[in-house]
Write a protein that binds this ligand. Structure first.
Ligand code: ADP
Ligand code: MG
Ligand code: ZN
Length: 196
């Protein structure tokens, strides 16, 4: 992909689940669409929670999207005329996404990446943290803590599972603030009978 000077840059939108990352991505992409700037939005193939041909927010906003199995396939899918590339749920892509995003920005495209910065155990969730260091613009979104209404910055798993990826979302996770977040909580089976 040819490098050239232009409006190319990288924007990252990060935060926990329910913080409005997809909403914000959809808002930014839709503005370009309305201005008839060619856009493409991608999401990882494993995230088929709602629909495979669109990105949908918890507040039911949506934008057309293409699935990619990995960062290489995403790069191949970008058309020559595309000026704005949106990527949702970017934490489910491989580390190669860092170079792909840099390549796309270097070719004069605006790249807008949304994803979780922390996993359910509160650990940095690559490739988002590295993408943040390579981005011109970083937005960290907060959700409303489901327990106390505070600044929800963590994603609390409220079902009992050790899998890094448990899709299905809304009833498996809550947004929590630093005081209400407890990474050990999902391992207490009693919660299931209490709450579920
Ligand atoms: P994300 O992509 O970060 O998971 P979405 O953009 O899909 O978030 O959804 C954000 C929307 O989710 C909010 O506008 C609101 O309607 C809804 N929502 C549900 N629970 C919460 C919460 N605890 N805090 C904030 N918004 C919430
Ligand atoms: Mg989302
Ligand atoms: Zn709280």
């Amino acid at each position: 992909m040819e490098r050239r000077n232009g409006p190319g840059w990288l924007e990252v939108i990060c935060g926990p689940m329910f913080s409005g990352k997809s909403e914000e991505l959809i808002r930014r992409i839709t503005r370009f669409q309305i201005a008839r700037i060619p856009v493409q939005t991608f999401k990882p193939a494993l995230d088929d929670r709602y629909a495979t041909n669109e990105v949908v927010s918890h507040s039911a906003l949506s934008v057309a999207a293409e699935s990619a199995t990995d960062s290489a396939q995403l790069l191949e899918g970008v058309r020559d005329q595309t000026q704005v590339v949106g990527i949702d749920e970017a934490q489910f892509f491989d580390m190669g996404l860092v170079d792909v995003a840099a390549q796309l920005a270097g070719s004069g495209r605006r790249v807008i990446v949304a994803g979780l910065d922390l996993d359910y155990l509160g650990r940095p969730f690559e490739p988002i943290p590295t993408l943040m260091t390579r981005a011109e613009y970083v937005t960290k979104s907060l959700a409303v803590c489901h327990r106390c209404g505070g600044a929800g910055m963590f994603t609390q798993r409220v079902i009992d599972s050790d899998e890094l990826v448990v899709l299905g979302a809304t009833d498996s996770y809550e947004a929590r603030c630093r005081f209400c977040y407890d990474p050990g909580e999902s391992h207490q089976p009693s919660l299931l009978s209490d709450e579920g």
